[in-house]
Write a protein that binds this ligand. Structure first.
Ligand code: ADP
Ligand code: MG
Length: 247
């Protein structure tokens, strides 16, 4: 059942660095199960918006609501525990561990510190780890060291680690950055598959990629929301063309 209350909502969300407003008065409303794409030029405030949503950065003004709960200022760990999963642009996997061990750290089945000292018996994958690995194309790589993965596989592993934490909403910052054309294709398919079971908010600048994966686009410009609509509406919007697409 789809709730009428948006899963994620912001009200006049603003952050200033010194005097500079990196994000200004952003009112965002993400419905349950939505796959929303945020586009905008470099420096438009997209990553800072995600930093605010996951609690990494505190807003100067405004509010963030997860369903009917005001999560403004509750802190990054508490926000993560309440179901907001964030994948950063640069992978944060443990390179000296296997794919499976990384998934186990993410779901708290394994502690990171001194794990090699204490592991007499290495636990095999459970059903959930198998499902997550299958979904992200890593099932055949569970025993490989993360350091042996391709750039694309590393990105998928990080996404798999986010999925292992059972997020209600997933925030992705340029998930196809630096990928080959084939990896980008696979990532688009992965996001479409994810959208079937999760709410996803993704920053992306490649319009071909965006057209393929999304229903609603939010355009940011100089920290504020400039427009919102379908790819067709956005690409025909003179203000968007002038500020972003025309360049
Ligand atoms: P985008 O992701 O859309 O490219 P960012 O959110 O990274 O843009 O940055 C938006 C603006 O905020 C940029 O002008 C950037 O320099 C500035 N900014 C981001 N983070 C900080 C920070 N921690 N301190 C000062 N300025 C910042
Ligand atoms: Mg960015």
């Amino acid at each position: 059942t789809v709730s009428a209350v948006p899963i994620l909502r912001t009200q006049k969300l603003t952050v200033r660095f010194d005097e500079f407003p990196a994000v200004r008065d952003v009112d965002l409303s993400i419905a349950d199960g939505e796959l929303r794409v945020i586009i905008g030029a470099n420096g438009a405030g997209k990553s800072t918006l995600l930093d605010l949503l996951c609690g990494k950065t505190l807003p100067s003004e405004g509010e963030i609501w997860l369903r009917d709960r005001n999560i403004t200022g509750i802190g990054e760990a508490a926000i993560a525990r309440s179901g907001v999963g964030r994948k950063f642009q640069t992978p944060t996997v443990f390179k000296d561990m296997t794919v499976l061990e990384n998934l186990q750290v993410a779901s708290n089945r394994r502690v990171r510190v001194f794990q090699n000292l204490f592991d007499r018996v290495k636990p095999g994958p459970n059903d959930k780890e198998i499902a997550v690995a299958e979904r992200t194309g890593l099932l055949g790589s569970l025993k490989r060291k993360a350091s042996e993965l391709s750039h694309g596989q590393l990105q998928w592993l990080e996404l798999a680690m986010v999925l292992s934490q059972d997020p209600k909403i997933i925030l992705l910052d340029e998930p196809a950055a630096g990928m080959t054309a084939a990896e980008t294709d696979k990532t688009a398919e992965l996001l479409l598959d994810l959208a079937g079971s999760h709410t996803v908010l993704v920053i992306e600048h490649d319009m071909a990629f965006v057209r393929r994966i999304c229903e609603t686009i939010t355009v940011m410009h100089q920290g504020a929301v400039l427009a919102e609509g379908t790819a067709e509406e956005i690409e025909g919007n003179p203000a968007v063309i002038e500020a972003y697409l025309g360049s």
